[in-house]
Write a protein that binds this ligand. Structure first.
Ligand SMILES: C[S@@+](CC[C@H](N)C(=O)[O-])C[C@H]1O[C@@H](n2cnc3c(N)ncnc32)[C@H](O)[C@@H]1O
Length: 459
């Protein structure tokens, strides 16, 4: 029996007592009945929605037929789709070795869903294969391929998947960019981080004891004070959630707000604030915070988290460039809209959704927003610019161009140790370029770029 769980007679994962270890999948849908088949249909729909469009997976999850599934089956369908997305290159490599010619897309989807279960989630092979064959039977488009599905999956089960490389999961154009920007070793590390389901990181309210939170969730305290746990499942049931002791935020995402080094009583503007992890940090530092975002819907999450944690911020739903308010601030944070390629561990769909043309389009938006942010900084005040992108056009290139057109600003070099960032993230210019290949021994972290700038007292 494994330390973290076992399977019952129907192939469902069941919990065992003792120190909880994250199961390979949060849950297994039932294998022998129509519910198990339906969950796998939805897994295929979610996978294809993610491959088709940005945010496709989340949108599809909130609509029928995913919404009609029981929570346990919906969680299973999501876990399968996420596993397939993380390992898509490897799964296709394995399939292509077995297929003489490309099958219809609906058949490939069935096979991808089945392999995500057997190779990643450790679903018993009999359950994954029998449901895949049942699925093939149900649809007239896939019915003629029923025997092929059976033969391919049984063949892989019998002979093993063969060798695959983590880098095959990365689109060629992104891998080429990252190799050119960060080198071969970093690219290999990014690929390894991208194929793992990441742990969950918690940022704590001031006064909350990190060691006690870590003990409550079987986690560890990271440099910088975030708590990291491999626990899965409903976070609302974890100790400290209801009492508002913490909020979920990747350890790298917690770095930029710390760079502002806010003091109690200072004023701060979070200019692209939603859903609000960084606003909570600014409020927790005792600052008087304005949280601004163009999306009222995304700001709802911030409102809920402020209520839960008892922290306060003034929320304004408006595009930053249209904000008709004369105030300037001691500290301004611009966490700009970006391709989000740095979040590939948590959102593997960004690998498929990001298009080369988007990088340039978003770089224009960032350029514009940086100038709007600069105009809100008091003389002598600080501006932190950050993005969760691995693309230099959305990080270094932006700051270089900004400093050229704004001589009143200069870089104040970051101290990685003081803000909980890996030491190797520090660039020669004093900015932070955090890569998902860093802290590999601790479970990695999201990719982020962050620069701390200061307006001269006279500027
Ligand atoms: C990277 S997200 C911010 C994440 C947030 N800082 C956090 O830590 O949770 C970027 C945000 O920018 C917002 N946004 C995009 N264009 C904007 C604009 N012109 N003015 C204000 N907000 C904008 C988006 O709605 C989105 O919520």
């Amino acid at each position: 029996m494994s330390a973290g769980g076992n399977s019952d007679a129907r192939g469902r994962r069941i919990a065992t007592r003792g120190r909880p270890r994250p199961p390979a999948a949060p849950v297994e849908a039932s294998a022998q009945d129509d519910v198990g088949v339906e969950a796998r249909v939805v897994a295929g729909l979610l996978l294809n929605a993610a491959l088709e469009r940005r945010n496709g997976l989340d949108e599809a999850l909130s609509q029928p037929p995913a919404r009609a599934l029981a929570p346990v089956d919906r969680a299973f369908a999501r876990a399968v789709a996420m596993a397939a997305l993380r390992r898509l290159g490897e799964i296709d490599q394995i399939l292509d070795r077995r297929l003489n010619k490309a099958p219809p897309e609906a058949v490939r989807t069935l096979l991808r869903v089945a392999l995500a279960q057997t190779l990643v989630l450790e679903t018993p092979a009999f359950a994954a294969v029998s449901t895949a064959v049942k699925l093939a039977e149900r649809d007239p488009k896939t019915r003629p391929y029923k025997n092929l599905v059976n033969a391919v999956l049984r063949g892989i089960g019998r002979d093993g998947p063969g060798l695959t490389t983590a880098e095959s999961n990365l689109p060629d154009w992104l891998a080429a960019r990252w190799k050119a920007a960060y080198g071969e070793a970093a690219l290999a590390g990014i690929a390894l981080a991208a194929r793992q389901e990441p742990p969950t990181d918690l940022s704590l309210k001031p006064g909350v004891d990190p060691a006690a939170v870590a003990e409550g969730v079987d986690g560890e305290v990271l440099p910088g004070g975030s708590v990291r746990t491999g626990r899965r499942g409903d976070i609302a049931a974890w100790p400290g959630f209801e009492t508002g002791d913490w909020w979920v935020q990747d350890a790298a995402a917690a770095v930029p707000a710390r760079l502002l080094d806010l003091k109690a009583g200072e004023t701060a503007l979070d200019m692209c604030a939603a859903p609000g992890g960084k606003t909570l940090q600014l409020a927790a530092a005792g600052a008087s915070v304005v949280a601004l975002d163009r999306s009222a819907a995304r700001l709802k999450r911030l409102e809920q988290n402020l209520d839960r944690t008892g922290l306060t911020a003034e929320i304004v739903a408006v595009p930053a460039e249209d904000w008709d308010d004369p105030r300037a601030f001691d500290a301004v944070l611009l966490d700009a809209p970006c391709t989000a390629t740095g979040t590939l561990r948590r959102n593997p769909e960004v690998l498929r959704a990001t298009r080369p043309a988007e990088v340039a389009k978003l770089a224009d938006v960032q350029h514009r927003l940086l100038d709007v942010a600069a105009a809100r900084v008091k003389p002598g005040g600080r501006l932190v610019y950050c993005t969760c992108s691995l693309e230099r056009e959305e990080g270094e290139t932006q700051v270089i161009a900004f400093l050229r057109r704004n001589p009143a600003f200069r870089t104040v070099p970051a101290d990685p140790a003081a803000v909980g960032a890996p030491a190797e993230a520090l660039t020669p210019e004093g900015w932070l370029r955090i890569l998902p290949s860093m802290w590999a021994e601790r479970g990695a972290l999201d990719g982020f770029f962050a620069a701390r700038l200061e307006r001269t007292a006279l500027g």
